[in-house]
Design a protein around this ligand. Structure first.
Ligand code: AMP
Length: 481
């Protein structure tokens, strides 16, 4: 099947061809014709499957005719985090280059004035995180009665972040005669109920989890003592053919310390974690994407969903506490058919975490017993030093031994991700560990016991209290497509 078989316009096909895509992915092949026929859709798919284009492409053609009106967006895409919202906006820019559609991004951390000005002019596509949208709605700055197409993306993550009440409220503000597309990696009962309530005769499309067959990630487990981790990391970074690497740590403090250490040691590294301002996070990601730095030290804020091509290596400096995070972290490499290598450091204390990861993936991770050449096996080319090297950001990793990764199975009674205790029981700020440093999730209360929505903070969405730095161009509110 080709994109031309899906019923898309010639202008759109030209933009797709320019993107270099020749064949639709399974979710695109199933969803695009149905969306063009104005069907409601439940897409059970996760990032990496091409799901963004499966709604962005038909939306561009649907919205090609008609005019936007002040404060009345014609379509709305809800995303759980600012990063994902910005990524969807990039997709609109890429595929919509031959159309004259306007878009606005409503996300926390960005000056509300600019966003309101964009809305005043009228937009065809509004991409928003629920918190900021509700805020503007509460101020009477936005009317959703002209919004005939709604996309709820990453619904299960919205649930994790406590956004479902907001989503329900937003749905009631849209006209009942609308098209609704809901995407979720899993279908826990709450999401099923949401779909039953707000979608009309939806077509359900479920696609295979991408990592089960497509990912070529060579995984290594690196036994190490806590005191030798830094040394081991430097040794590996210098020895293996690292083009671009993300180094994950469980703690924000470790992210900061590690980045400083690597910079001092001459590596071109930067950091990203939930304590940083949004502008800074975007700037650091951009630097990494452009190849200005080729090592990114990250907390789990960067593990899910972010699509950065050509990451050759992932290092789990700390074994993740939750096995799902392992799959998401290593999934930052080996994307779009490329190959990648993932090293996971494991101390004696990590035995249980590793056991859980291996249970989830159904694979025993090969032990890397210290011979660097092992990690460099099978024609991976000459060794290179990472520090100071100008990298080609889009380069794929050298061919490692393939080892398919099973994605986590859908979990219905999933432990909560980042739910803090109810206010009265919380420790004073200074005594509390940072959000990413708290107890492993399995020890946290189940979803239904969580504190009410307003008591929680979205871990990826940071403080919602204004923009504190220069705004990158692509976040400027109105972007002609
Ligand atoms: P997504 O699941 O939307 O996050 O997309 C995952 C990655 O697949 C992104 O890098 C897309 O640019 C890429 N992609 C989307 N559609 C296709 C396609 N038809 N062929 C190849 N790559 C694609």
């Amino acid at each position: 099947m080709t994109f031309a078989d899906l019923g898309l316009s010639d202008e759109l096909l030209a933009a797709v061809t320019e993107s270099g895509y020749t064949e639709p992915t399974p979710i695109q092949a199933s969803a695009i014709p149905s969306v063009l026929m104005m069907r409601d859709i439940i897409g059970i798919a996760q990032t990496g499957t091409g799901k963004t284009a499966s709604f962005v492409l038909p939306m561009i053609d649907i919205l090609a005719h008609g005019r936007s009106r002040a404060r009345m967006p014609r379509s709305l895409i809800l995303e759980p985090t600012r990063e994902l919202a910005a990524q969807v906006a990039e997709n609109f820019e890429k595929y919509g280059k031959n159309h004259k559609l306007s878009m606005a991004l409503l996300i926390g951390g960005v000056s509300m004035g600019d966003q309101m000005a964009a809305l005043e002019k009228g937009v065809d596509v509004l991409i928003a995180t629920p918190g900021r949208l509700m805020d503007l709605f509460g101020r009477g700055k936005i009317l959703l009665t002209g919004c005939s197409l709604l996309v709820i993306d990453e619904a299960d993550r919205m649930l994790d972040m406590g956004f479902i009440p907001d989503i329900e409220e937003i749905c009631t503000k849209l006209p009942p005669q609308r098209q609704t597309l809901l995407f979720s990696a899993t279908m826990p009962p709450v999401i099923k109920k949401l779909a039953d309530k707000f979608l009309s005769n939806p077509k359900t499309i479920e696609v295979a989890r991408p990592a089960t067959a497509n990912t070529n990630i060579k995984q290594w487990l690196v036994p190490v003592t806590a005191s030798k981790k830094r040394e081991k990391l430097e040794e590996l970074l210098n020895a293996v053919d690292v083009k671009t690497a993300i180094i994950f740590s469980n703690r924000k403090t470790t992210v900061r310390d590690l980045n400083k250490l690597l910079q001092r040691a001459g590596f071109r590294s930067s950091e990203i974690h939930g304590d940083m301002e949004q502008a800074q996070r975007i700037a650091e990601l951009e630097r990494f994407k452009k190849g200005e730095v080729n090592v990114l030290v990250a907390s789990d804020v960067a593990a899910r969903g972010l699509d950065i091509k050509g990451v050759s290596h992932v290092f789990n400096y700390d074994a993740p506490w939750h096995p799902d995070d392992y799959v998401h972290r290593i999934g930052r490499t080996g994307r779009a058919g490329a190959t990648g290598v993932a090293f996971t450091f494991a101390t004696a204390d990590d035995a249980e975490n590793i056991e859980n990861i291996e249970k989830l993936t159904g694979l025993k991770i090969e032990r890397f017993e210290g011979a660097i050449d092992e990690a460099h096996a099978e024609g991976e080319g000459p060794r290179k030093r990472t520090r100071g090297k100008k990298v080609e950001p889009k380069a794929a990793a050298a061919a490692p031994k393939a080892q398919p990764v099973a994605e986590p199975a859908p979990r219905e009674a999933e432990p909560v991700r980042e739910a803090p205790a109810p206010r009265g029981q919380r420790q004073p700020r200074a005594e509390r560990p940072a959000r990413e440093e708290r107890a492993p999730r399995d020890t946290r209360p189940p979803r239904d016991d969580r504190a009410p929505r307003r008591d929680r903070r979205e871990p990826d969405d940071g403080p919602d209290d204004g923009w504190n730095g220069p705004m990158p161009d692509f976040l400027m509110a109105r972007i002609p497509l």
